[in-house]
Design a protein around this ligand. Structure first.
Ligand code: AHM
Ligand code: MG
Length: 337
């Protein structure tokens, strides 16, 4: 009777990483695995604080602003500190770029990795208990890398990326360069991320779109044309798309990954460079989407992963999700080339 069977053999993140490293990198030093351990510690700790936020008076503003002028929430500050301390503590990281820190953070020692992150993305949703998440990307540094420009690299250079969504459960999505996308769920009793969604593949197409329609007044002509095409489709049997917008990219991206469809944050006349950051928001998500069989492009229709930021906090417009859906965006954009 399978209903009473207890699962006694499961794949924790630790086991997964150990097996992957043995399979892919016979002579690995173990540094990357240690770095991933520090990452998972930061996810567990951030999840812990988010869960207790209302009980511990952690809701609301911290009274400070970050370099982009966003008001910081108390949890933005705590999440940032947790993340940076975890990266420092593992001894394998040289640089951290965080949305909450204007300057590149450099640690002493001979760390070979740079980690880019948005510690708590979607934090405007925090006080309402809506899902938020941590986004991260990992680069292996070239010898002699010493300054911010040295990590203004395209997403294609990342060795791994992913995000953790703090929702009904904490869901970690992890992918490595050229590899599969794997989803883990935090078992809070065990304190372990368990592999629950092996080899995630995004459906080829699905009629769901996710965008802040409140910006449509500022959209450029091609963007307006594309969204009109899915909202007012032509033909007797054509059905309009469903709209879903949480306002936390991690949650909107996770749903898009699971169900298919498209998530977009276009550049517009108000924000000509877009809102989301290339290094630690767009590129990590783009790698997840591509490795799951999807696509991610910019406003000019180029591949998101190939964009090279000039500065660490540079922004871009982004369209990502199911391959079939992004191809439709490209088709409309190409009419304007
Ligand atoms: P944040 O990093 O300050 O939290 O901003 C990023 C968030 C994304 O999670 C989300 O996709 C977007 O901002 C929502 O922006 P808007 O409120 O303009 O729709
Ligand atoms: Mg963000």
């Amino acid at each position: 009777d399978s209903g009473t069977e207890v699962q006694t053999d499961f794949i924790t993140l630790t086991r997964f990483l150990t097996e992957e490293q043995a399979r892919l990198h016979e002579h690995a030093t173990g540094d990357f695995t240690l770095l991933c351990h520090a990452l998972q510690l930061s996810f567990k700790t951030i999840a812990y604080f988010i869960r207790r936020a209302s009980l511990r008076n952690l809701m609301g503003l911290a009274g400070s602003t970050n370099d982009s002028g966003d008001s910081q929430k108390k949890l933005d500050v705590i999440g940032n500190d947790i993340f940076i301390n975890a990266m420092k503590g593992c001894g394998k990281v040289k640089f951290v770029v965080s949305e909450e820190e204007e300057e590149l953070i450099t640690f002493p020692g001979d760390g070979k990795y740079a980690v880019v992150c948005d510690p708590i993305d979607g934090s405007s949703n925090l006080d309402a208990g809506v899902s938020v998440g941590t986004i991260f990307g990992i680069f292996k540094l070239a010898d002699g890398a010493s300054k911010a420009e040295d990590i203004c690299l395209p997403g294609t250079e990342m060795v791994a990326s992913g995000f953790t969504m703090y929702g009904a459960s904490a869901n970690l999505v992890l992918t490595m360069k050229g590899g599969a996308v794997n989803g883990f769920t935090l078992d809070t009793a065990l304190g372990e991320f368990i592999l629950t969604h092996p080899d995630m593949r995004i459906p080829h197409s699905r009629s769901i779109y996710s965008v802040n329609e409140g910006n449509s007044l500022y959209w450029t002509e091609p963007v307006r044309k594309y969204f009109d095409s899915i909202k007012y489709p032509e033909g007797p049997d054509a059905k309009p798309y469903s709209a879903r917008y949480i306002g936390s990219m991690v949650a909107d991206a996770y749903r898009t990954l699971c169900y298919g469809g498209l998530f977009a944050y276009p550049a517009d006349k108000k924000s000509p460079k877009g809102k989301l950051r290339i290094l630690y928001e767009c590129a990590p998500m783009a790698m997840v989407m591509e490795n799951a069989g999807g696509m991610a492009i910019t406003d000019s229709g180029s591949r998101m992963l190939e964009v090279v930021p000039e500065k660490i906090h540079d922004r871009s417009g982004i369209y990502m999700g199911s391959k079939g859906e992004i191809e439709k965006v490209l088709k409309v954009f190409n009419e304007y080339q």
